[in-house]
Design a protein around this ligand. Structure first.
Ligand code: NAD
Length: 248
């Protein structure tokens, strides 16, 4: 019997890693909802062109707006069915040393990078458990494993995602729902394009693979963890960093 088509929701689905994850999930046979902040018309047209030929629908969603997320998911459910796969990829940076970091910079990063995982999982995990199948992948970061200068907020949020993942993995393991993190190193996306050239060169010099990662490198790992046949992999952190941080 052919496996049923799974419905996947990817937050930050219009971003560098998110959009490529949408494409690869669609190629793997999923129907994909790319959830992201509403796009300006020109950007929306570009996104639609990028997704041409793939089963990807755009879903406007602000992950910091809990009621808005609930409404977006209700409308997605009505049009597409129940969500089986959740990829939490929405993320922002608001870098500053602790000395200069405002409460607002701290709160914004926590809200988009960490609280959103709580919000989306609250909305979707129970249904997955009731149906006996689910895949949740939270996109963390190498900087959540090692810390990074000027990123107390981002490193705390990304490390927090690991704790959240490990705890939820235990809660859902008997229900056919896996929960994992993927921790990218330095990946070519608008987020890293915004880094000063000197900082990018400095990081690159530390990557054993000798190159910056591509969104496809990360999406590959996400799709792997989302497979129907990946049911015994849970509570795992899968680093995709070209050897930048090697551990066990
Ligand atoms: P990106 O900036 O291209 O994508 C992030 C996406 O999140 C954007 O499309 C943005 O609109 C969306 N987003 C931001 N706030 C949102 C909100 N309130 N509601 C809904 N969507 C929102 O960056 P990216 O590099 O593709 O990042 C994807 C994920 O990977 C992030 O969680 C990021 O922290 C993580 N990450 C990236 C790198 C890297 O090197 N690029 C490294 C490690 C981890």
């Amino acid at each position: 019997m052919a496996a049923p088509q799974r419905i996947a929701l990817v937050t930050g689905g219009a971003g560098g890693i998110g959009a490529e994850t949408c494409r690869q999930l669609a190629r793997a046979g999923h129907r994909v909802l790319a959830a992201d902040l509403p796009l300006a018309p020109e950007r929306q047209a570009r996104f639609d062109a990028e997704m041409a030929g793939h089963d990807v629908a755009f879903l406007p969603m602000d992950v910091t707006d809990e009621a808005g997320c609930a409404a977006a998911i209700a409308s997605a459910r009505a049009s597409h069915g129940e969500v089986d796969v959740l990829v939490n990829a929405a993320g922002i940076t608001r870098d500053a040393t602790l000395r200069n970091m405002s409460r607002e910079q701290w709160d914004q990063v926590m809200s988009v990078n960490l609280d959103s995982a709580f919000v989306l999982c609250k909305l979707l995990a129970e249904g997955m458990a009731a149906r006996g199948f689910g895949r949740i992948v939270n996109i963390s970061s190498v900087n959540g494993q090692t810390g990074q200068f000027g990123q107390t907020n981002y490193a705390a949020a990304k490390a927090g995602l690991h704790g959240f993942t490990m705890a939820l993995a235990r809660e859902l393991a008997r229900k056919g729902v896996t929960v994992n993190t993927v921790s990218p190193g330095y990946i070519r996306t608008p987020m890293t394009d915004a880094m000063p050239e000197a900082a990018r060169e400095q990081v690159l010099a530390m990557v054993p693979a000798g190159r910056i990662g591509e969104p496809a490198d990360v999406a590959r790992a996400v799709v792997f963890l989302c497979g129907d046949d990946a049911g015994y992999l849970t509570g795992v952190n899968l680093p995709v960093n070209g050897g930048l941080f090697i551990s066990f």
